[in-house]
Design a protein around this ligand. Structure first.
Ligand code: ZN
Length: 117
């Protein structure tokens, strides 16, 4: 979070409090910057971050490999609208699908629909 020293409220005792507020803000900013610099330089935390990123990468890769288009689900496995493929469905609509094995040449299928497409 970034603080704005110029946005601080003055209490009428001149600019002294504003000045100390700006100095405190700068001190906090410097402290946070040094803290994060030390934290990023820590080898254990670097290894943990690398492991976390690698696990996330392989999890995403696995989900992508298992994903099959036309299943009406997104990469997270949640059901989505069959038409737009993005919004969650609010109802399932009945549609006819061509099927050569069926006696009529088609079968009824239920398709998720978001109601907006
Ligand atoms: Zn839709």
């Amino acid at each position: 979070m970034r603080c704005k020293p110029e946005a601080e409220i003055s209490c009428g005792d001149g600019g002294k409090q504003e000045e100390s507020g700006a100095a405190a803000c700068e001190h906090r900013r410097q402290y946070r910057r040094e803290y994060m610099r030390r934290r990023r330089a820590c080898p254990e935390l670097q290894a943990a971050e690398r492991d976390r990123r690698q696990r996330a990468y392989y999890a995403l890769k696995t989900r992508r490999a298992q994903f099959q288009p036309g299943q009406n689900t997104n990469l997270r496995g949640e059901e989505v609208c069959a038409y737009c493929g993005r919004r969650p469905p609010v109802e399932h609509v009945m549609r006819l699908q061509i099927c050569e094995q069926a006696p009529d040449g088609y079968v009824e299928v239920r398709i998720p629909y978001c109601g907006l497409c």
